[in-house]
Design a binder for this molecule. Structure first.
Ligand SMILES: Cc1ncc(COP(=O)(O)O)c(C=O)c1O
Length: 460
């Protein structure tokens, strides 16, 4: 067709009303929430970009599939459908359902790691890192150098630094039980990893005899970026590319709340029989029987259908383009973001936008809170609050102080996104009046979820 407008590849059958609030209401709600947007009542949020995890809209086919759910405790028909779909996509021998991604991480790491070991990744997501550190092991991030510089241009900023991985394996290989790569690289800006890079990691894992696992939460978005950007891949389907990505690994952890297009669920998949047996035994202890793994039969049906829909090209074209659209608007307005825009989110460089707020006074929190108070938009800090505290209790600035605007799948329309862009530009115009924050309460691990803050009287 001779048209360039990329439209939402769906029409809307059911809607959910938004609640409009006044600035004073939001100011009061945030104060009550300890100035932490995680502690807000979601009804007080107008446009919720806190996360793309579990917040997507399911299709009518998925809702229909829910009614097909078989709730048998053992041997449920829904499990076999789920297993077949996951196996067909990933090719892995063992498919272990879990209630979400972090459960897959906990089971994998608790059964394979011991204290003092090291797990390399491009960038560990917060739950991945926490599940490694809780075992007394170390989570090492070795994304390519461009992946650490928000403004640096690179088509695959999520790539692993292969030379650094080689050095790590050569020097400390006996302490590395497995290598991970996160696709797309959420903590590094939703940036993709190329097939070429995955092949290079595979080759190193073969040389050093290490199992290679993908953190596959956004495998379909990664596959579509490969189709768009990697030489020689343009004519392949996203599904064929995704299959090749999985074929390069020995297993994966997956949160079906992202590219499973479901509201809950996940899985751990792998080829190794012994590791799988250990994982299933722990699964039975903490999640449930291996044919439901903490999920209802209807959840397994929704995920199975979601995994089929997520690799459809019209969906991925719309998905990647709508994120890019927001990125273009912010860039045109002079707001520094991670370039190029990621798959599921735009990441504002809060450190660059608010240079007068030092990292240890949390510029990301300052920006997140201003976006909420001024416009009712909920974003999330991915920076020093999320990553700055170390297991020994010390605190240093994170590599970047980002604010992520995560776009739920199939939920908001173009006018919602226009509103978000307008609001971000407005808040950016107030930048000099924004102030730093200090923590008043915080947990030892994953503190960003429950911490409470106080705005500082003066920054400096
Ligand atoms: C890259 C990555 N890994 C793991 C997880 C954890 O998944 P879940 O929230 O389902 O536990 C997430 C969630 O946001 C993620 O983005």
């Amino acid at each position: 067709m001779p048209f360039h407008t990329i439209i939402e590849p769906f029409r809307i059958k059911s809607v959910e009303a938004l609640k409009f609030t006044h600035r004073d209401d939001r100011e009061a709600a945030l104060e009550k929430a300890g100035r932490n947007v995680f502690l807000l009542h979601a009804d007080d949020v107008l446009v919720d970009l806190l996360t793309d995890s579990g917040t997507g809209a399911m299709s009518s086919a998925q809702w229909g599939a829910l009614m097909q759910g078989d709730e048998s405790y053992a041997g449920s028909r829904s499990f076999y459908r789920f297993r077949d779909v996951v196996q067909d996509l990933t090719g892995f021998a063992h498919i272990i359902p879990t209630h979400q991604g972090r459960a897959a991480e906990r089971i994998l790491f608790h059964t394979t790691l011991s204290a003092g070991q090291v797990v390399p990744n491009n960038n560990h997501f917060d739950t991945t890192r926490a599940n490694i550190e809780v075992e007394g092991a170390e989570a090492v991030d070795i994304v390519i150098p461009e992946g650490r510089v928000p403004s640096a241009a690179h088509p695959f900023k999520g790539n692993m630094d292969v030379a650094a991985l080689e050095r790590l394996l050569a020097e400390a290989g006996d302490r590395v039980p497995l290598v991970m790569v996160t696709v797309t690289n959420n903590s590094g800006g939703g940036q993709p990893v190329s097939l070429e890079n995955l092949r290079a990691v595979r080759a190193l894992c073969d040389r050093f005899r290490k199992p290679f696992f993908l953190d596959a939460c956004r495998f379909a978005e990664n596959a579509y970026f490969i189709k768009l950007r990697e030489p020689g891949q343009a004519d392949r389907t996203p599904r064929a590319i995704a299959r090749e990505m999985f074929s390069l690994a020995d297993g994966c952890t997956m949160s079906a709340k992202k590219d499973g297009l479901a509201n809950i669920g996940g899985f751990l998949a792998m080829n190794d029989d012994q590791w799988a047996e250990r994982a299933r035994n722990l699964l039975i202890l903490t999640e449930g029987f291996p044919t439901y793994g903490g999920l209802a039969g209807y959840d397994l049906e929704a995920i199975a259908r979601g995994l089929e829909e997520v690799v459809e090209e019209p969906y991925l074209r719309y998905r990647i383009r709508s994120t890019e659209y927001l990125g273009e608007k912010l860039t045109a307005g002079g707001v520094p973001i991670i370039q190029p825009p990621g798959g599921h989110a735009i990441y504002i460089d809060a450190r660059a936008l608010l240079p007068h707020i030092p990292p240890l006074q949390y510029p990301g929190i300052s920006l997140v809170n201003a976006l909420y108070v001024e416009a009712g938009i909920r974003a999330v800090e991915i920076g020093t609050v999320m990553f700055g505290r170390h297991p020994d209790g010390s605190e240093t600035p994170a590599a970047m102080d980002l604010v992520r605007l995560a776009i739920p799948r199939r939920v908001y329309t173009q006018s919602h996104i226009d509103y978000v862009a307008e609001a971000v530009l407005y808040v950016a115009s107030l930048r000099e009046s924004l102030r730093g924050y200090r923590l008043t309460e915080s947990a030892a691990a994953l503190r960003h979820f429950t911490a409470r803050f106080e705005e500082m009287a003066d920054t400096g």
